[in-house]
Design a binder for this molecule. Structure first.
Ligand SMILES: Cc1ncc(COP(=O)(O)O)c(C=O)c1O
Length: 314
């Protein structure tokens, strides 16, 4: 089956929803569902990359599915659904003849209706959307990064490790405000005023030969790309550190970049209006980006990653 077109964008028309392949518009949840009433829906974004040897392959599916299981457990959803995802991805790719870079979204949602204390019935939805480089990488445009006054919720408010849709409501407001103020993106703070992360990406800074990112205890999502960067930076000979990051430390860094499944890498060229000396892309950012694209296309062996998730083994 070939790709269709909606609003001028190419789309692959079929999605997996509740056990069946259906047209995208038919993958719906009831307005009375707990997902829509209380925001109980966890998800993963997984990149699908064209391989140098032909075909496409999901990038680091295992840690993404480990995190999906962990999110399900935290939110009272059935984590067994994660086991079906690899075969569903294969089916969506095969049936639609997908042979280019894409973004896989896997959602486990509370699809039944009920009150706030009702146990969830879990519905699995998997979509694949064409997705190439964002302009930060494609055009080498540096991000103007703001430092938001908004906070990421502490774990006493909401578990940072749960990749649940409700956790994006506050960061969405922070991003809208940052854009009104002329920034391209922003980082939110911890309850203590430290730097936490961007609305949908991890922040890294480079200080000489050291690659630094906020600690998991600084209200960040245990990012797959974050874990990959920490491990790969070490393998490339840099010191990779999880540490408390202050506003001063971020603005004084040699290089700053955002990373994550959606953005891949976004080199930052100014923080809170202060230009960075490295500018996009400094040498360390560039070394990581080059290694990333060698690995995702199958030209180099993928770095092993450890998300640092607590709890049961998956
Ligand atoms: C809040 C948040 N932080 C960080 C990330 C980056 O995580 P990953 O590298 O696993 O995509 C994402 C993207 O999913 C995110 O939504």
């Amino acid at each position: 089956m070939t790709a269709g077109s909606a609003d001028g964008h190419v789309v692959w028309p079929l999605v997996h929803h509740r056990g069946r392949l259906v047209p995208r518009d038919e993958a719906t949840l009831p307005v009375g569902s707990i997902a829509l009433r209380y925001g109980i829906s966890v998800f993963e974004g997984i990149r699908l990359y064209r391989q140098d040897s032909g075909g496409v392959a999901p990038w680091l599916p295992r840690p993404h599915l480990d995190r999906l299981r962990h999110s399900c457990r935290l939110m009272g959803l059935d984590d067994e659904c994660a086991a079906d995802v690899p075969a569903i991805i294969d089916e969506l790719v095969a049936v639609q003849g997908i042979d280019e870079d894409g973004y896989i979204r896997v959602a486990a949602s509370a699809a039944n209706s009920g009150g706030i204390d009702q146990a969830a019935v879990t519905a699995l939805t998997v979509t694949i959307t064409p997705s190439g480089r964002k302009r930060w990488l494609a055009d080498q445009v540096g991000i103007r990064l703001g430092i938001s006054a908004w906070q990421r919720p502490s774990d006493a408010v909401f578990p940072s490790a749960a990749k649940n849709i409700s956790a994006y409501a506050g960061p969405r407001l922070a991003l809208a405000q940052a854009k009104r103020e002329g920034y391209d993106s922003c980082v939110l703070r911890t309850a203590d005023g430290l730097i936490s992360e961007a609305p949908t990406a991890t922040v890294f800074l480079v200080e000489g030969e050291r690659v630094v990112t906020p600690r998991l205890s600084d209200h960040v999502l245990p990012g797959v790309t974050r874990a990959w960067v920490l491990a790969t930076a070490s393998a490339l000979g840099y010191e990779a550190v999880e540490d408390a990051v202050t506003e001063e430390r971020l603005t004084a860094a040699d290089e700053v970049f955002l990373c994550g499944t959606g953005i891949e890498f976004g080199p930052v060229h100014a923080v809170a209006g202060v230009p960075l000396p490295g500018r996009p892309s400094g040498p360390v950012t560039k070394a990581l980006v080059d290694e990333y694209f060698a690995q995702v296309r199958g030209a180099a062996v993928p770095t092993g990653v450890d998300l640092g998730l607590p709890g049961r083994r998956s």
